[in-house]
Design a protein around this ligand. Structure first.
Ligand SMILES: [Zn+2]
Length: 233
């Protein structure tokens, strides 16, 4: 159930029974030559839809922007805000809802940039919880990677499962950079593009809809468990 599709009276009525809110957080970010810029938005919204159906908690309109690595600046269409602005902007929105009676917020992000996640986790830890959707053990499903990277075996699989028509299969390119070399980029210290990178990391050519179905099922399962734990019900 979507908050924005209700009238204010319907929201007020809903608030008498349920004071929780799911907020999908996206980002507008390049995902290699084979996935669209809204990949993280699409996945966060799918999980939000599932959680809402399971729990009856409303889903707020998605925030379509977030914090991206400075080294992605050269990939057309990608854009970013800063950690401080994301934290402040979201905090200001949640404050309105809080005044109206919403008491607990679940922020869902399929984008793992450390500054992005830090912004979400530090808004107000007492009422706001943030989940990084790909942050769980998927080694049993992956063949070529130890864990999720970027527009990789894992993320491309999820997209093949959910939105196969949006995946440009003929454009897929595998690209690997050792983690130690990637760390300064991840910490936003190195800002130039990674030499030779098509934008993605890891092995999209090993992706499949079958793997995506398994990863997505695990993602939904752990998101639901997380929500129940945070909500204390
Ligand atoms: Zn992504």
């Amino acid at each position: 159930m979507r908050l924005a599709e209700l009238t204010w009276k319907e929201v007020a009525e809903h608030l008498k029974k349920n004071k929780q809110l799911i907020v999908p957080i996206g980002t507008c970010e390049q995902h290699g030559p084979h996935l669209p810029l809204n990949t993280d938005i699409l996945v966060a919204e799918k999980v939000a839809e599932f959680l809402s159906a399971e729990t009856g908690i409303l889903v707020a309109p998605t925030l379509n922007y977030g914090v991206n690595l400075p080294c992605d600046r050269g990939y057309a269409g990608t854009c970013s805000t800063t950690r401080e602005l994301l934290r402040g902007f979201l905090g200001s929105i949640l404050a309105w809802w809080k005044e109206q009676g919403f008491a607990r917020f679940y922020l869902l992000s399929a984008h793992g940039d450390p500054h992005h996640i830090d912004a979400l986790e530090t808004i107000d830890p007492a009422s706001v919880s943030a989940l990084e959707l790909y942050d769980f053990d998927m080694t049993a499903v992956l063949e070529k990677q130890q864990g999720p990277k970027h527009a990789c075996e894992a993320e491309t699989s999820v997209m093949l499962h959910l939105y196969a028509e949006k995946v440009r299969r003929s454009e897929m390119r595998d690209f690997e950079i050792p983690f130690e070399e990637f760390q300064p980029y991840l910490r936003h210290e190195k800002t130039e593009a990674i030499a030779g990178s098509p934008g993605n990391q890891g092995y999209p050519t090993y992706a499949s809809a079958e793997k995506g179905e398994k990863i997505f099922a695990l993602m939904k399962q752990q998101a639901l468990a997380w929500m129940q734990k945070k909500g204390g019900n």
